[in-house]
Write a protein that binds this ligand. Structure first.
Ligand code: 3RJ
Length: 777
């Protein structure tokens, strides 16, 4: 049996997760969709319809598997995301791009219709992009062959799974209503109860073309009844781009949309009319000459032959129907829905495949900046508690329960729980263009970083002298301000090198920069000065005792406090404040006898807590959470400073209420790390929001979050907080047991550890665990 390596999660739907994957031993990258078994009807339908299709505009099916709790669908990988994402990012696309995308959409849809397949639930989220901009139809969960009853098929598949022990009618009830997709793109006749048809797919296609150009669908409302009203009766506004300075739609395009968005299906454009429409210029005719392969392209000649009649439906009916057998004959047996039992995912002879055939690549992401690449002995996460493997000890000596638990405690926080990524210039928090400088107005030799790192003392001093005197000069003209900004940009570039950063931080320049932060006459200069200081801090490898870091921290704190309403300013200053505090924390942790050389004023913690609150901009929240995440990775007084009664609930609030995954992950990771110092942080969360809410979050979270939450729970169990409650909570135990099936190795390992705690303290749970079909023992 072949294995797959799972890389990052790339997408998610309800009850499905999509991973980028690779077939082990090859360099074939694929998408792997892992779904709950309740999606069996949709997935089976998807497979039956697409397993024989090979077309450039349709996501290719490779294989499918079944494991104890999941179905796994291995299909073509599209790295460009969905059309929905592209529209959301760009707001609207120029007409030429709509035409290009439209050609792909038409090629794919025409191929499906020729096979007798209706897509039925066309929406921008179901169109994926690959390579140099090829659009592909994905997600055939609700597609079907014209004329068939999908509800019946779903009921048959579900009955097949239920082993026939439930009444068929009861099953039908749960299936009813499942075969409906997104209303926004649904044709009026479907809403009136007519069956899906070729022409109803063409309506949806019209909606997509309209939305690509204008950024919004032709009919839209938050209210269900108003949306239906609009689809039935409203004439859509002519499409115009959101940005009114962009060109308006051409009359060809307006005419095409008008043809596709005809409410009366009889009056709607047919395939013949669509392909010949002047909007496409000669796109289809030309492609016909270029390519003669049957599967790659819509050939207008072929279409003409089939759809010379007004009703192109007749030509495309599937096998067994009176007319149009021609295309229907192409469908193989398994396209038909009578016998779903023949359509089963792969499983191993004599048993089910193990979920571990899908191995998650669990390497932590290194710091992104290349200049801080740590050599192996210097891994910033080395201070996690496990120094030598405690497992070796477990294996060789008999242990008391107490010993065992203390050994287990050392397994709770793993390196991947303690990964550090930068606070400053972190693209997950805020995307920023790379910094550039102009060597022509740099009034000193523009040494490259590599040159600078190996400058002889004499040359270095001369260089430093020049930098300092230019920073210190008062800028009398705009030209002088520009030159100073340019110098600061140059410094931003060279501080990426660890040697250079360490040298500069311990030079008089650092003091000068702090002064400037306080007195510079304009905010542009202050913001750049702050950025230089932040980069110095994040790249410096060691700190000498007399360096005025506390002074820098104090000035930054004061500036933020005095201008607290100014969000942009906070976004410039917070990362620097954070990198400085983190630098101090790592240095203190390194020292054998820590002494507070670089105290962080109380006001800094107060300011950071305010930045974490509800009502602040997302980026500000994210920066503050990231600072806590990094600083609390260390065992230092700086980390202790964040421990307050409210920190747990505040981070939990951010985690629960943010809509951005990267911020949610930072918030839960920060909570995880602070709980290592003070388990009451998570205890306060449980007390405030209730254990059930926390368990539910664990069950439904994305991988990374599940990992942190498992660490949080293990941490609680290990110090006895809520121990009695947790070990008797069936929902908790069953959630943990389900996580033993996670595709992530870390999660499975952590779930195992939690289960061990539970079993040590509650022997009865062993039985419950086994009842829950847990059969690993
Ligand atoms: C196949 C089923 C997906 C998604 C699509 C649930 C992305 C964001 C950025 C980059 C790529 C993707 C992506 N790529 C895919 N390539 N191949 C697939 C798995 C189609 N997918 C998604 N999201 C889904 N299609 C069906 N269910 C889906 C999520 N986002």
């Amino acid at each position: 049996m072949e294995n797959f390596i799972l890389y990052e999660e790339i997408g998610r739907g309800s009850k499905t997760v999509v991973y980028k994957g690779r077939r082990k031993g090859t360099i074939n990258f694929v998408a792997i969709l892992c779904t709950d078994k309740c999606k069996r009807p949709e997935i089976t339908n998807w497979v039956r319809l697409t397993h024989e299709i090979k077309h450039k505009n349709i996501v290719t099916f490779h294989e499918w598997y079944e494991t104890s709790n999941h179905l796994w669908l291995v299909v073509e990988l599209c790295t460009g995301g969905s059309l929905e994402m592209v529209i959301a990012q760009d707001e609207n696309l120029p007409e030429d791009v709509v035409r290009e995308f439209g050609v792909d959409l038409i090629a794919g849809l025409h191929h499906l219709h020729q096979l007798g397949i209706l897509f039925c639930d066309l929406s921008p989220g179901k169109i994926l992009l690959e390579g140099p901009g090829t659009l592909k139809y994905s997600n055939f969960g609700l597609a079907k062959v014209e004329g068939e009853n999908l509800e019946e098929f779903f009921a048959l598949v579900a009955a097949e799974e239920g082993g026939g022990d439930s009444g068929e009618n009861a099953l039908k009830k749960t299936i009813k209503g499942r075969v409906k997709g997104s209303l926004t793109y649904t044709a009026p006749e479907i809403l009136r109860g007519t069956d899906f048809s070729i022409t109803s797919d063409l309506w949806s296609l019209g909606c997509l073309l309209y939305e690509m150009f204008s950024g919004r669908p032709p009919f839209f409302s938050e209210s269900f009844s108003e949306l239906i009203e609009k689809i039935f009766y409203a004439d859509p506004l002519p499409p115009f781009p959101k940005d009114s300075s962009l060109p308006k739609a051409s009359s060809d395009f307006i005419n095409l949309l008008d043809g596709l968005l005809q409410k009366d299906p009889q009056k709607r454009l047919t395939w013949a009319g669509l392909l010949q429409h002047s909007f496409w210029k000669d796109a289809f005719a030309r492609r016909d000459h270029e390519s003669s392969t049957e599967d790659s392209i819509v050939s207008s000649g072929k279409v003409m032959e089939h759809s010379g009649t007004q009703d192109s439906k007749e030509v495309l009916k599937p096998s067994g129907q009176a007319k149009g057998d021609k295309s229907g004959q192409r469908l193989s047996q398994s396209f038909r829905l009578e016998n779903p039992a023949e359509l089963r995912p792969r499983s191993v002879v004599g048993g089910q495949p193990n979920e571990s055939m899908f191995l998650l690549s669990s390497r932590p992401t290194p710091r992104t900046s290349s200049a801080v690449g740590l050599s192996p002995g210097e891994d910033r996460t080395q201070h996690s508690p496990q120094k030598a493997s405690p497992l070796t000890k477990i294996a060789s000596e008999p242990l008391s329960q107490q010993d065992l638990e203390s050994q287990m405690r050392e397994l709770i926080y793993t390196d991947s729980d303690l990964v550090i990524t930068p606070i400053i210039d972190n693209p997950k928090i805020m995307k920023q263009p790379p910094i550039k400088f102009d060597p022509k107005i740099l009034h000193l030799p523009a040494y490259s970083v590599d040159k600078l790192a190996f400058l002889k003392d004499q040359d270095w001093n001369a260089f430093l002298q020049q930098v300092c005197s230019q920073i210190d000069s008062t800028e009398k003209s705009t030209g002088a301000s520009r030159a100073k900004l340019n110098l600061l940009c140059y410094l931003c570039v060279v501080t990426g090198h660890r040697e250079v950063a360490t040298r500069l931080l311990h030079s008089p320049l650092f003091h000068l920069l702090i002064q400037h932060l306080r007195i510079a006459p304009n905010w542009d200069i202050r913001a750049k000065v702050a950025r230089v200081i932040g980069l110095l801090a994040s790249h410096t490898t060691e700190l000498q005792e007399n360096t005025p870091v506390t002074e820098a921290i104090t000035v930054l704190t004061e500036l933020i406090r005095e201008n607290f309403r100014n969000s942009k300013l906070k976004q410039c200053l917070l990362p620097t404040l954070g990198e400085l505090i983190y630098l101090v924390a790592t240095q203190e942790e390194k020292k054998k006898n820590p002494r507070e050389c670089w105290a962080v004023p109380l006001a800094s913690y107060t300011v950071l807590m305010r930045c974490l609150r509800e009502g602040e901009e997302r980026v500000v929240n994210h920066m503050a959470a990231k600072i806590i995440e990094n600083v609390c990775t260390t065992f230092s007084t700086q980390a202790q400073g964040f421990i307050t009664g409210e920190i747990g609930p505040v981070l939990w609030f951010l985690f629960r209420h943010s809509t951005v995954d990267s911020l949610r992950i930072t918030a839960i990771s920060a909570l995880c790390r602070i709980t290592r110092h003070s388990p009451t942080a998570f205890q306060n969360v449980i007390e405030k929001v209730g254990l059930n809410a926390v368990i539910n979050s664990l069950a439904s979270a994305i991988c990374k979050v599940q990992q942190y939450m498992l660490t949080l729970f293990t941490s609680m169990l290990s110090c006895g907080i809520h121990l009695q409650r947790l070990i008797q909570e069936k929902d908790f135990v069953s959630t943990i047991i389900r996580l033993l099936d996670s595709p992530s190795t870390s999660i499975r390992a952590k779930a195992f550890l939690v289960l061990l705690y539970i079993l040590i303290h509650n022997h009865e749970m062993l039985l419950l665990g086994c009842q829950a079909r847990y059969d690993f023992l």
